[in-house]
Design a protein around this ligand. Structure first.
Ligand code: MF3
Ligand code: CO
Ligand code: CO
Length: 307
């Protein structure tokens, strides 16, 4: 990139006046929103890959352990321990009052009180694991794992069936799975972020399902929740060019009924569907490459066949 070219971050400033400056402090922009995102390079990318694989492996393992009778607190205990065993920190714990020292994991700072989000049935996201929450036959459960290792975050989630799902549970869950896949396929270098939201929104609404607008995907890397904001519907306000080296999540939340949500004021975290119908979600951390994209949050843990 030449010094006088437009900056890769989309600020509209010349590179030399923006990320090309020796010291990039806050740049005040009056006419455009500030867009400040990270571009992975040869130094950061291996670390990003490593933490993303770790999160995916943890998610994969705990999903296999869940059965009717499991409590969401047990899932939290598993995720917490596996994360520390890997020398990492569970990023949700105490978020956003970040205490990210693996040696002091249980010190409470008033943020999110557990190490993983577990969202059952009509919970859209940010469900808090609890020993009172016993999973039963027919439930759907999203487990959302974010690990923090060597200064980078890897964020991934999946909805699973506890026992045999109802037709409606299958519809929201399989549609959410397809929405993530279609969103990922829309990621192209020098393409537009708005196409991700469009692909997801069109697919879910064709099925008569609601697409959550109150919570979005996000840039992820050194910072847990960074630019760009990744809307799961077409939104011109948050659109930007997709550049090789960008990393962000796509994490559509798909509802059986209305797209609207409400926050549980009693715990300050749990988000429900407004009509209390089912909601399902899948999430990957994606890298934009020179030729397309790469899903960073795929598990690589040994299967029985490898042993
Ligand atoms: N992992 C969630 C996401 O996909 C964020 C969880 S933040 C918490 O962005 F505080 F709720 F844990
Ligand atoms: Co996320
Ligand atoms: Co997540």
């Amino acid at each position: 990139m030449k010094r006088n070219d437009p900056c890769h971050c989309g600020s509209g400033l010349k590179y030399k006046k923006c990320h090309g400056r020796k010291r990039t402090t806050t740049i005040s922009l009056t006419s455009r929103p500030k867009r400040d995102f990270e571009i992975m390079d040869a130094e950061s990318l291996p670390k990003m890959r490593k933490v993303c694989t770790l999160s995916a492996n943890i998610l994969d393992e705990v999903c296999e352990r869940v059965q009717p009778g499991t409590t969401t607190q047990q899932i939290d205990d598993w995720v917490h321990q596996m994360t520390l065993d890997a020398g990492a920190y569970p990023a949700p714990l105490n978020y956003p009052n970040g205490r990210t020292d693996p040696k002091k994991p249980r010190i409470t700072t008033g943020g999110f009180p557990r190490s993983v989000c577990t969202s059952v049935n009509d919970v859209v996201c940010h469900g808090i694991p609890s020993e009172n929450c016993v999973l039963k036959e027919g439930d759907i459960l999203n487990i959302d794992v974010t690990s923090y290792l060597n200064g980078f975050h890897g964020d991934t989630s999946r909805t699973i069936y506890v026992g045999t799902p109802s037709e409606q549970a299958k519809l929201v869950t399989e549609t959410a799975r397809e929405c993530l896949e279609l969103g990922i396929q829309a990621v192209k270098p020098h393409g537009r972020l708005i196409e991700v939201g469009r692909a997801i929104y069109n697919h879910a609404t064709k099925r008569g399902l609601g697409v959550v607008r109150d919570y979005t995907g996000h840039g992820v890397g050194r910072v847990f929740h960074a630019e760009p904001q990744v809307c799961h519907y077409p939104n011109r306000e948050t659109d930007c060019e997709l550049l090789p080296g960008m990393t962000f999540t796509i994490e559509p939340m798909i509802n059986a009924g209305t797209f609207q949500t409400f926050l549980d004021k009693s715990d300050g975290w749990t988000v429900y569907t407004l009509d209390r119908k089912l909601s399902a979600q899948f999430e990957h951390t994606i890298l934009v490459t020179e030729t397309g994209h790469e899903i960073l949050t795929l598990p690589d843990r040994n299967t029985d066949a490898d042993k």
